[in-house]
Design a protein around this ligand. Structure first.
Ligand code: ADP
Ligand code: ZN
Length: 694
């Protein structure tokens, strides 16, 4: 039987399994059911693709996302795997063709939408099926966030395939949904595999209360620092997506918008364009992203507070799927909270939704490591701070906030709890706005009691007092501030308060590529070459290979087939297809650490013969022989006598001396009636010259 890790290497070109992948594959090979919970980008596909390749018959893969099916199938094909998809997007004749292929048993994987599985059950029943893999399995559950009724029937048709394993995959973590999936899909005694949800390559940053103008400035700068790299800006409203796209385009950043108000053809076109790097930025509502498998999204920005932590994590999780560093920023202000609460006000699950919004807000307002908070939400506990969030990178320093808090609280009390945030600050700072004068707020005792702090300082303090539950916002009463019970305890000095001082946090600068040895010129050349190839083959660029692979190519600069095998993401089929071109580009455009002659000499020294070296280097045998001759002439230890007999050498020597010891090959070739090839003559000349000069 084929060994999983060998397939991982030879077909997919990866070195080692990620967490749980090996166990899941072995489990599937033992024909056991499983429920697999892995974060987006965790590497679910390989968990069913490798057993599918090992098993004798066809594996059915059920996926609700037509766009994603196509990508996965193209990816598999580019790795030399016989796979197909069957769904409503195909013409009748392609469907017939695939049906035939499926029935003849030549497919290793067949991707189906749940509708086509149910609709086609009559012919699918007569296929030889090894295994059923169900992607996005949470769609079966009403508790999940993307319920699809057709999914429920997948469990019912199990009666037709009683003896094959069912593997269900989802990135949804919560327990109710998990249990529901196992039941509704009729999983038999499933083992549950839960991978860590940690995505350490995603940086996390939150920017509270940034005024619109400044936000645009920041975002434009942020994008400009990431020259040409793809990213998403998530917005709450359709209007905002359009406004952002227009704004960015004005700054010369190629952007498009995407929301549910657009026709489906247009949405598909935009999605496709984004996948194919036709433009850099997509400004979208959360309608965008479900079917997106683009591994090289390098950043995600939220323009507003998301409505729950699950959604937020999934959205930022779309960045950096290739494992390379990616950056995320969340902008929010209190208006977002009001809007979100309004959205859910009519819902039957209002309380649940409010609580979820609240948890999201708590995350945004945190003053401890954000990743720890995020993972704790999913039931996972990091033992150390992450070092890759804004808090870790610039930890706040705490001061005694008792008096500061009391000044704010007493102003609120004296104004009968009828102050909004901005006016409270103006009162504390002794401002003379019309409203203050008209309402007589300049007469209260704490008027001007906080002059020593700037407006921003106060904003920062009061936000913290809100986070800590000392002050509450009455969202339903014009956002007026109220003193909580805890706040009264603070006023009575029964409770102490710690605050952090306001710090103008810098947005994290783009991380310089750490290796320092990536040849960026070569990187761009390879990227253009990949793009061209992608267009020719009408596949997304990452199907050729992803950015991580591109990066290693530009760093390692392999110049032999052996060395190409060391690059992660290049399996055998891809090396067969592109190896020669890659080596050629690297030799001509790169700065490989070794010259082409040295590369040949290394292989020669390992005992390879000319033909073997030629295959490994994807060069002609003639070229390799020329390398060896040159190496010999440079004094390297190369045995040229293996290419010529003593008799031949002497004959060429004799002919040559008649030709006045010429250095040219042609006259010798002709004088011997073409009996000796040019290669042989070159070898002879090299040997003869050496003797003369010696
Ligand atoms: P998911 O479906 O869980 O969101 P994918 O299966 O699309 O994730 O995998 C995400 C990315 O990680 C893909 O580019 C995939 O090729 C890559 N990947 C998966 N497993 C490995 C591995 N063992 N080593 C390196 N890369 C991997
Ligand atoms: Zn952190």
């Amino acid at each position: 039987m084929k060994i999983p890790v060998e397939i991982l290497r030879s077909v997919f070109g990866y070195d080692s399994f990620r967490q749980n992948q090996k166990e899941i594959i072995e489990h599937a090979l033992a024909d056991q059911d499983a429920l697999v919970i892995m974060p987006t980008g965790g590497g679910k596909s390989i968990c069913f693709q490798i057993p599918a390749l090992i098993k004798e018959h066809t594996t059915l893969v059920i996926s609700p996302l037509i766009a994603l099916m196509k990508d996965q199938v193209e990816n598999l094909r580019s790795n030399g795997v016989n796979a197909a998809y069957y769904n409503s997007s195909l013409t009748e004749s392609s469907r017939n063709f695939i049906r035939q292929q499926a029935l003849s048993g030549e497919l290793k994987l067949l991707y189906l939408s749940p509708e086509t599985l149910l609709g086609g059950i009559d012919w699918i029943k007569s296929m030889n099926i090894s295994m059923m893999a169900i992607d996005e399995a949470h769609c079966v559950s009403m508790w999940g966030h993307d319920f699809r009724p057709e999914y429920q029937q997948i469990g019912e048709i199990r009666k037709y395939f009683p003896n094959i394993p069912y593997l269900a995959f989802t990135a949804t973590a919560d327990k109710v949904t998990r249990k529901d999936i196992a039941e509704k899909l009729s999983l038999r005694n499933p083992t549950t595999f839960i991978s860590s949800f940690d995505r350490p390559n995603l940086s996390l940053a939150v920017r509270p209360q940034v005024p619109k103008k400044q936000k645009v400035k920041e975002v434009v700068q942020f994008i400009n620092e990431r020259n040409g790299e793809s990213g998403i800006i998530y917005c709450l409203s359709k209007k905002e997506t359009e406004a952002w796209a227009a704004e960015l385009n004005e700054y010369g950043i190629h952007s498009r918008y995407y929301h549910a108000g657009m026709g489906s053809a247009e949405r598909d076109e935009i999605q496709e364009g984004f996948i194919n790097d036709e433009f850099q930025v997509i400004c979208a509502t959360i309608a965008f992203g479900m079917g997106i498998d683009k591994p090289n999204i390098r950043w995600v920005i939220h323009n507003n507070l998301p409505k729950n932590v699950e959604g937020y994590y999934q959205e930022i999780g779309r960045a950096g799927r290739d494992g390379l560093p990616a950056d995320t920023i969340l902008y929010y202000n209190y208006r977002d909270v009001v809007l979100l609460n309004d959205f859910v006000a009519e819902s039957n699950f209002k309380e649940v939704y409010h609580e979820k919004i609240n948890r999201m807000l708590k995350y945004a307002e945190a003053s401890t490591c954000r990743r720890r908070i995020l993972l704790a939400y999913f039931g996972e506990h990091l033992l150390e701070n992450c070092g890759n969030c804004d808090i870790c990178l610039d930890p706040p320093e705490f001061i005694d906030g008792q008096v500061i808090a009391q000044k704010a609280l007493s102003a609120i009390v004296r104004a009968n709890e009828r102050l909004g945030l901005n006016i409270l600050i103006n009162v504390l700072r002794g401002g003379k706005t019309i409203e203050i004068i008209e309402r007589g707020l300049d007469k209260i005792k704490t008027y001007g009691a906080g002059k020593e702090f700037s407006f921003k300082d106060w904003q920062h303090f009061i936000n913290q007092l809100i986070d800590q539950g000392v002050i509450e916002i009455a969202y339903d009463q014009h956002m007026h501030l109220k003193v909580s019970e805890l706040g009264h305890a603070v006023l009575r000095n029964e409770q102490s308060v710690q605050l952090t001082e306001f710090k103008e946090r810098e947005l994290k600068k783009k991380e310089e590529k750490k290796t320092g040895s990536v040849n960026s010129e070569l990187y761009n050349i390879l990227k253009d070459w990949r793009k061209e190839l992608a267009v020719q083959n009408s596949v997304p660029a990452y199907v050729i290979f992803n950015d991580a692979t591109l990066g290693s190519l530009a760093t390692v600069q392999p110049t032999t087939i052996e060395q190409l095998h060391q690059i992660s993401g290049l399996g055998k089929v891809k090396i067969d297809r592109f190896g020669k071109d890659l080596i050629e580009i690297i030799l001509s455009k790169g700065t490989p650490k070794i010259s082409t002659y040295e590369a040949t000499f290394q292989l020669y020294s390992q005992g390879m013969n000319v033909e073997e070296i030629a295959i490994s280097r994807q060069l002609s045998a003639q070229t390799i022989l020329n390398h060896l001759i040159k190496l010999y002439e440079e004094g390297k230890k190369v045995d040229l006598y293996q290419f010529i007999t003593e008799y031949e050498l002497q004959e060429i020597k004799a002919v040559r001396s008649k030709l006045k010891n010429t250095h040219q090959l042609k006259p010798i070739h002709e004088a011997t009636n073409g009996q000796y090839s040019y290669e042989k003559i070159s070898v002879a000349l090299a040997l003869l010259n050496k003797h003369i000069s010696a």
